[in-house]
Ligand binder design. Structure first.
Ligand code: NAG
Ligand code: NAG
Ligand code: NAG
Ligand code: NAG
Ligand code: NAG
Ligand code: NAG
Ligand code: NAG
Ligand code: NAG
Length: 489
């Protein structure tokens, strides 16, 4: 059989698997099956990298009282519900763009040292961000992520301008700096420990498939990732056995899967704990090849358009306009409205078993669209994107397990999560421009009451109804272009 007929057979087979029925009424039936379990959730989050955390803590005029309110709005279990903070392990020697400083300002001439690490206790306001977030969410998942190794450990001699870590295949350096880099990363975690903060996950590279030249960056394919992870993984586990190791924050889900295939080919499939990826250059779309390990979306934002705080008004797609983060042609632009983010998250959680979703910046002084909360002097403005996160993560808390949820119509998106104490979250997104009557049948859950929280253009995760569940079934309306989360107890 020729290749074209093989392809044709494949295409026919794939399209035949998808079917739909024409929908003549406004009813949707949903089946939640608590016996069919999928991924364990980590949660939603954001970052204060590149000095942006300082915006949240006074550098642009936000008063101490509002610094607390903004941080509480993001991380409180009953408001924004976030529980991941992604910190930037700085590699900069002389920062001009707000990049975080390296804890190794002067490098020894060889990897045998000595290493003179320094710590200012601030880490470009990321210590304050982390500690304040911890105050409102004691279960905070702290992701410490380096964009690059210090320049002295790389082929290019600088932390910016890409290049390879010396010691990985193809690096052709006079010395092998892999152990030095692993020790340096562990030292950063120790400095946080000294501040009373446990780092939950350690990452050693950012967007290794992309060389932006202007800011901290390091390149790596999956084979080179194996060459470093075989040093980092045992080093980090010896120092912090409970800390997860991430790989590899690629620019897109497909790009991440390519790295993972190579890592596995090189024999490194067990040298990481969580597959981390960004949503810029490709959507998740399908399960990850992570060998059963969790995957986490660790960075995405519109990044190019004007500030858009709406839930569902403009349907805006971003324009390409250079901000701090350069935009590559063909980048997968995020529509910036809350409703769209609700669907992005649904698709990742359901189609790709993604354990959580991390927006790019938390709060930023800006007129652009890179943050969940926009700051201007002492004012703050909350985007509806945060309400999309909250509609999932106020109710599907860290440690919850996604279970199967089937829906009878495509435009009503349903997922379901069982919390560690047996309560259940059922977030529903209705993309139709009319209300649907929803009937939910429950299997394998033990609940008696439902409370519904509505988010649309006029509601921000607002409690709207509470009712008893009759046996294992309940019915309820879902408003048009809305997200409604049912919390079942
Ligand atoms: C805050 O943002 C505004 C608007 O973008 C800008 O004009 C101002 O310079 C910024 N303030 C600081 C301190 O960066
Ligand atoms: C270590 O680095 C700090 C900051 O760069 C410097 O002030 C100090 O003199 C260095 N100590 C040694 C022993 O080199
Ligand atoms: C490796 O480095 C040596 C010494 O600097 C140089 O002569 C050689 O061309 C390099 N090889 C590659 C493949 O870059
Ligand atoms: C690892 O986690 C376990 C369970 O939470 C805890 O008992 C143990 O002390 C932790 N170990 C370290 C080194 O933090
Ligand atoms: C919802 O939040 C937005 C900011 O995202 C705010 O402007 C609006 O007043 C809030 N609406 C309600 C009903 O609380
Ligand atoms: C169960 O956990 C959820 C999510 O953390 C919480 O909101 C709820 O109050 C808990 N319920 C009980 C009965 O402990
Ligand atoms: C359901 O929960 C109730 C109260 O927590 C408990 O008494 C009952 O045994 C549970 N039923 C099942 C089937 O788990
Ligand atoms: C509860 O469900 C039963 C059948 O499952 C039905 O006969 C009854 O009318 C329902 N009650 C309410 C209040 O909906």
């Amino acid at each position: 059989m020729g290749i074209s007929s093989l392809l044709l057979a494949g295409a026919v087979g794939a399209s035949a698997q998808w079917s739909y029925t024409e929908n003549t009424d406004n009813k949707v039936s949903v089946v939640v099956n608590g016996y069919q379990k999928y991924q364990t959730m980590i949660g939603g989050g954001c970052s204060g990298a590149f000095g942006i955390a300082c915006n949240q803590f006074g550098s642009v005029g936000l008063s101490p009282a509002n610094q607390e309110i903004v941080t509480q709005t993001l991380f409180d279990e009953n408001i924004g519900g976030l529980s991941v903070v992604r910190n930037d392990i700085g590699s900069s020697i002389s920062s001009t763009d707000g990049s975080a400083f390296s804890i190794l300002q002067t490098c020894p001439s060889t990897p045998s040292g000595p290493f003179n690490y320094t710590w200012d206790g601030k880490d470009t306001c990321q210590v304050q961000l982390t500690k304040t977030a911890l105050k409102y969410n004691p279960d905070l998942f702290v992701y410490a992520n380096a964009w690059s190794a210090p320049g002295c450990m790389k082929t290019v001699g600088t932390d910016y301008n890409g290049g390879l870590l010396c010691g990985v295949r193809g690096s052709n350096c006079s010395a092998d700096w892999r152990q030095a880099y692993a020790d340096y990363l562990v030292q950063y975690v120790k400095f946080y420990q000294q501040e009373g903060v446990d780092v939950s996950m350690l990452g050693w590279i950012n967007e290794p498939d992309f060389n932006p030249i202007t800011y901290a960056s390091m390149e790596s394919d999956g084979f080179q990732a194996k060459d470093f992870l075989e040093v980092l993984y045992p080093t980090a586990k010896a120092a912090f056995p409970n800390m997860s190791i991430a790989c590899c924050d690629a620019t897109g889900a497909r790009q991440e899967r390519t790295i993972l295939y190579e890592l596995q080919k090189a024999g490194g499939g067990d040298l990481f704990d969580v597959a981390t990826w960004h949503n810029y250059q490709s959507n998740p779309e399908r399960p990850f090849n992570s060998g059963g390990k969790q995957n986490l979306m660790t960075e995405w934002a519109d990044g190019t358009g004007n500030w858009n705080a709406y839930w569902d008004v403009t349907g805006q797609l971003a324009y390409v306009l250079y901000t701090l983060k350069p935009v590559v042609p063909c980048t997968n632009m995020a529509n910036s409205e809350g409703f769209q983010w609700a669907l992005y998250m649904h698709n990742a959680f359901v189609n790709s078993d993604t354990a959580g979703y991390t927006h790019w910046w938390c709060a930023q002084n800006t007129t652009g669209d890179n943050a969940l909360i926009r700051l201007s002097y002492d004012e703050y403005f909350i985007s509806a994107r945060l309400w999309a996160f909250a509609s999932y993560f106020r109710f599907a808390r860290p440690g919850s397990v996604r279970v199967d949820a089937q829906t009878s119509v495509e435009e009503v998106y349903v997922s379901a999560y069982i919390n560690t104490n047996g309560t259940v979250a059922v977030p529903v997104v209705n993309a139709a421009h009319f209300a649907y009557e929803l009937t939910v049948d429950l299997f394998g859950v033990n609940v008696t009451t439902a409370t519904a929280y509505l988010t649309d253009n006029n509601h921000n995760v607002t409690m709207v109804e509470q009712f008893a569940i009759n046996g294992s079934t309940f019915s309820c309306q879902v408003e048009p272009r809305a997200m409604k989360t049912f919390f079942l107890e």
